[in-house]
Design a protein around this ligand. Sequence first.
Ligand code: UDP
Length: 237
Amino acid sequence: MEQTVARMEAFIREGVPKYISVINANKLWLMEKDPRVGQVVRGASLFVPEKAIVMGLHAVGLGTAHHVGGIMLLKAFLPRAEERGYRLYFLGAKPGVVEEMIFVLRQSYPKLQIVGSRHGYLLPDDGAATKEIMQLRPDVLFVAMGTPRQEFWIAEHVRHLGVPVCMGVGGSFDVLAGIKKDTPNWIRALAMEWFYRLVQDPKNLWRRYLTTIPWFLRKVIHARTEKLFHGLRYGRD
Ligand code: UDP
């Protein structure tokens, strides 16, 4: 986490527009299903893996990644942003939610430089958000419009916005505003965040998890089996 925050700060110093992609099983599934998602996610300058991905990587012998989720990174960045005076812009969630979140954040971080915010229900030809962001010149732009909407939005606008760090953070504003409950860390550590979210919002999430979790497990098992066979064959050669 500390390295990731340091990398964000390096991006701010460089001042060249970049974006960070949080990777979870759902996003990997979407990347396979829709090549446009694959393209925009692969265009990121930094990938941060959620717990299931870290466990999957360990299972196939690539155990170097650490768990850094979207909301975890956002929360870890806030005290640094306050300390260093980074300029933040928050785009996303329903009207009223982002304002509520900012109210909550100001209780903990009174000196946080929030230069602007806007809800995430933009009309297709609505240029007001991009115009405002370009004028306000934030250092970091957090976009919470859900996956893959936020990824498409970021990829389309990142260059001309000129913001050094853009990052899609899914439903984080709802959590920070207190509308949805944050996943306890011990549940995250068990890679059960999906279950916690499912219980809170079964109507919208059951289909997602029923599809992506078995798909992801199959992928990991397949990769592990391939590796095993490769090892055996390599051993024989
Ligand atoms: N949202 C938005 N604009 C839209 C659709 C959704 O800002 O056009 C917001 C929505 O209000 C919620 C977030 O995007 O705050 C989606 O949260 P979710 O937990 O579904 O994110 P995901 O898990 O898909 O990344």
